[in-house]
Design a protein around this ligand. Structure first.
Ligand code: ATP
Ligand code: MG
Ligand code: MG
Ligand code: MG
Length: 503
């Protein structure tokens, strides 16, 4: 079973052959920090582990090799038989290190998890992300030195170094983001790098009878929820939409007779409270409603960009209400399950009947998710909580993406296969409820738009202005490393509005 929080939720680490040290840990994640150092022949490893009380479970050692792991694995039971005759590793880090001893970089092809890893061996640094890159990982390398961190801002002072195969980060010339489902194998002395892809979204589509498809989705999602529920009662962020209601129903079944906890957010302008209440009542969850005033919501824009390190204004709009909710939760660290991301493999945002257009949307979204950081745990991590998303479990994703489009849109309904898979555990009105995005149900899109038009941005330029606001926020809280509490949304909006060239 998963503990309440993983041993580490992030790290900053440096491998140096020249006696240097990594920069100060400027990070949004709010956990405790354990400094940790190791010297081996000709090389030192300095790390700061972001942890929740048990940082020792986040590193493992065998001979001259050390592994740091932030996050967790979801397929431990599958992996353990690969190491016959050994004492079962006591932590996910030890398990990954043991697998590395057998499979080298190909060990990462075996893992279903939410993690970022750094492995240090003499002269060698190996960096790995999970299949979805759901725990972002950044790297900077110069000959004799490799820096790695789970937040880009921690590496913002790194000088331009070796060209690496990762994804560039806005205005941080010395930093690259390790792509999703990728292992980078670096020579520390040279900075030379080999890249291995460990997962790619399926391109083929499977044709299945309705009942087989429904059964496959139910089983995969149930397994993913089970792997994510720890010894303590989980908290499900619940909108009353089909995605989060399905997760809540499966989590509730896992926890019975204990009630699961659910929470819904709304603003003074809009909420989905009645729809979420229907589900909470049906499942008997201990339910809470959190109303965030719209001015507080908009004040959380800098925090959202700080945590997600994202420059896409649409994504920031989806993540803003959740960030505001996480910052309002209070209390001890929680394990949070969400229904986030179901719409990507299922084409849920696609509100019409044509199947070619639906599969085009799925292909496009599966080609472009990398680097958006939509699934990052730092959003909840900035409030001290750990979040995990069952729909982006590797096995769930493989099933959902590969279903032929006619199973996703069927009988005039979006996400048909998911609705059919959960119809026996949810109220009928929830099963047939049309999709409503979190940015719509909370009034976030509308209030962000109004903030801009009130500042004088013409209606036709709102989209462009939102992009500029998000970029400007990114420059302040990531590139300059400022705290979001010191960055006023209103001032940034005025700055952007004043700089817009009239057309
Ligand atoms: P649907 O996509 O069909 O509307 P959904 O509401 O569960 O289902 P999204 O709207 O895509 O999914 O939202 C993504 C996730 O964010 C949800 O699954 C849920 O976990 C969380 N979420 C969305 N809105 C709220 C809300 N008002 N309160 C709490 N959590 C929410
Ligand atoms: Mg959804
Ligand atoms: Mg969604
Ligand atoms: Mg919704």
């Amino acid at each position: 079973m998963a503990p309440t929080l993983p041993a580490a939720v992030g790290f900053l680490a440096g491998i140096h052959q020249d006696g240097g040290r990594p920069p100060q840990p400027v990070l949004a994640t709010a956990s405790s920090r354990a400094p940790w150092t190791q010297h081996t022949a000709g090389q030192s490893l300095h790390a700061v582990l972001l942890h929740s009380g048990a940082p020792d479970g986040a590193h493992a050692h065998a001979r001259d090799t050390t592994l740091l792991l932030a996050g967790e694995l979801y397929n431990r039971e599958q992996l353990l038989p690969l190491l016959p005759g050994r004492t079962p590793p006591g932590s996910d880090a030890a398990l990954v290190l043991a697998l590395f001893g057998t499979y080298d970089v190909h060990a990462f092809r075996l893992l279903n998890g939410r993690f970022a890893a750094l492995l240090a061996a003499p002269g060698r640094a190996v960096l790995a992300t999970d299949h979805a890159g759901s725990l972002p990982l950044y790297v900077s390398a110069t000959p004799g030195r490799v820096l790695a961190a789970t937040e880009a801002k921690a590496l913002r002072a790194a000088p331009p170094g070796q060209p690496l195969p990762g994804r560039p980060v806005r205005r941080l010339a010395g930093v690259r983001q390790v792509p999703a489902g990728t292992v980078l194998d670096l020579g520390v002395a040279t900075g030379r790098c080999t890249s291995h892809r460990t997962w790619a979204p399926p391109l083929a589509r499977r044709v299945l009878p309705e009942e087989d498809a429904v059964e496959a989705v139910r089983r995969a999602l149930d397994d993913a929820v089970r792997a994510r529920v720890g010894p303590d009662v989980p908290l499900v962020v619940l909108s009353g939409g089909i995605d989060s209601s399905s997760v809540a129903a499966l989590a509730a079944a896992r926890c019975r007779p204990a009630p699961v906890d659910t929470v819904s957010m709304g603003t003074d302008e809009a909420d989905e409270f009645p729809q979420a209440r229907v589900v909470a009542r049906h499942l008997g969850s201990a339910h809470r409603e959190v109303t965030v005033p719209t001015d507080e919501l908009l004040r959380r824009l800098p925090h959202t960009v700080w945590a997600a390190e994202c420059t896409d204004p649409d994504i920031v709009e989806y993540l803003l209400p959740l960030t505001a909710l996480y910052l309002r939760l209070g209390g001890p660290a929680r394990r949070i399950l969400t229904g986030y991301g179901a719409d990507i493999p299922l084409g849920g945002m696609h509100r019409e009947d044509r199947l070619p257009a639906l599969d085009t949307a799925v292909c496009h979204d599966m080609d472009t998710y990398d680097g958006l950081n939509e699934l990052t745990p730092v959003l909840s991590g900035a409030a001290g909580h750990w979040s995990t998303h069952p729909y982006w479990d590797r096995d769930v994703l493989d099933v959902l993406v590969s279903l032929e489009a006619g199973l996703k849109r069927r009988h005039g309904r979006d996400k048909w296969v998911l609705r059919a898979a959960l119809r026996d555990v949810l109220p009928h009105e929830t099963v047939v409820r049309p999709k409503l995005g979190v940015h719509e149900g909370s009034g976030t899109t509308a209030s962000f738009t109004r903030l801009l038009t009130d500042a004088g941005v013409p209606a036709g330029r709102v989209r462009h202005a939102k992009r500029l606001v998000v970029q400007e926020l990114f420059d302040r809280v990531v590139v300059e490393g400022r705290h979001p509490g010191d960055v006023a949304t209103g001032a940034v909006v005025e700055h952007v509005a004043a700089g817009l060239v009239p057309r």
